[in-house]
Design a protein around this ligand. Structure first.
Ligand SMILES: Nc1ncnc2c1ncn2[C@@H]1O[C@H](COP(=O)(O)OP(=O)(O)OP(=O)(O)O)[C@@H](O)[C@H]1O
Length: 276
């Protein structure tokens, strides 16, 4: 399958860091805090590929470093270590060597993100349609009629309903707000979509419908996605392949079915057993 992202040895250290940070933290030590300099090694030695059209799950307990991976790839945080290559229409972008304008361009055109907290993904002072328009205006589409048409389409497709286009998302339920975030992220037809705990905190039936929508998008648009979650149910339903994290490191990676049926690492075995 065609590769869209190649992540190599990525890592993030909060604090001054020291030469012993990486070797002195991780699952073998049971901590992500460097005993020598007290820096937090949010993650290190993170390597994986993302292929066109697949959903890659990143699973692990709170604090294991999952969200930090997505934050670095979406340029919300600068990495301390490693690199990532984005393969796009014959171009290869070395993500962390790009200047700020190039990074902004990728964020606005080629990557989309849906956050757990809708306040991070949406501007609650704008209408649902206005939120989509805001993203489209940062890309190439500037014609008012075309923007409204695109917003209407997206809100229909994500089952928010085009009749609610001019309402603020602050009046919407949590599930609807996630749908508006998804519509906004999809507005530029990005080949890569990042999903950070998108169903956490929602009712189970609402969660199920959002997960169905995500699968429909994968099937219809062939969008490659990275889905960060601590929920094994979400992994089971969405992810083709899964990475399991603990104390800032990948402890297991492979096809989701294999990981769930025959987990190799003791920690994964415990996670799977506790969800049964
Ligand atoms: N700005 C920061 N300064 C210091 N430590 C931080 C900072 N941001 C994150 N961390 C730490 O980095 C580690 C990884 O955080 P991250 O948010 O990636 O974990 P996570 O697995 O996504 O957890 P959660 O599911 O709770 O969001 C945690 O120990 C966290 O406390």
């Amino acid at each position: 399958m065609r590769k869209v992202l190649q992540v190599s040895n990525l890592g993030k250290i909060h604090g001054n860091g020291c030469p012993r940070c990486v070797a002195s933290t991780g699952p073998d030590v049971g901590s992500n805090i460097c005993p020598h300099c007290q820096s937090v090694v949010a993650n290190a030695a993170i390597s994986f590929d993302l292929h066109a059209g697949e959903i890659l799950g990143i699973m692990g307990e709170s604090g294991s470093g999952k969200s930090t991976i997505v934050k670095m790839l979406f340029f919300d945080e600068d990495p301390s270590l490693g690199e990532a290559i984005f393969y796009d229409n014959g171009h290869q972008w070395n993500l962390f060597s790009l200047n700020a304008a190039q990074q902004r361009r990728l964020r606005n055109h080629r990557f989309g993100i849906v956050y757990q907290n809708p306040h991070l993904g949406l501007n609650f002072n704008f209408s649902a349609g206005g939120n989509i328009a805001e993203r489209l205006l940062m890309s190439d589409l500037t014609h008012y009629g075309q923007i409204r048409e695109r917003a209407r389409d997206l809100l229909t497709r994500t089952e928010v309903g085009s009749e609610r286009m001019d309402e603020s998302p602050k009046k919407f339920s949590g599930g609807m707000q996630q749908r508006v975030q998804i519509a906004k992220a999809l507005s530029t037809s990005p080949p890569v979509l990042f999903l950070d705990e998108v169903t956490t905190g929602l009712d189970l039936s609402v969660q199920a419908r959002i997960l169905d929508l995500i699968l429909e998008i994968q099937q219809e648009l062939g969008t490659a996605m990275i889905a960060v979650t601590h929920d094994l149910g979400v992994i089971r339903l969405l992810a083709d392949r899964t990475i399991v994290m603990k104390n800032g490191r990948i402890i297991e990676a492979g096809l989701t079915d294999q990981i769930l049926e025959d987990p190799q690492h003791a920690y994964t075995q415990q996670l799977v057993a506790s969800a049964l």
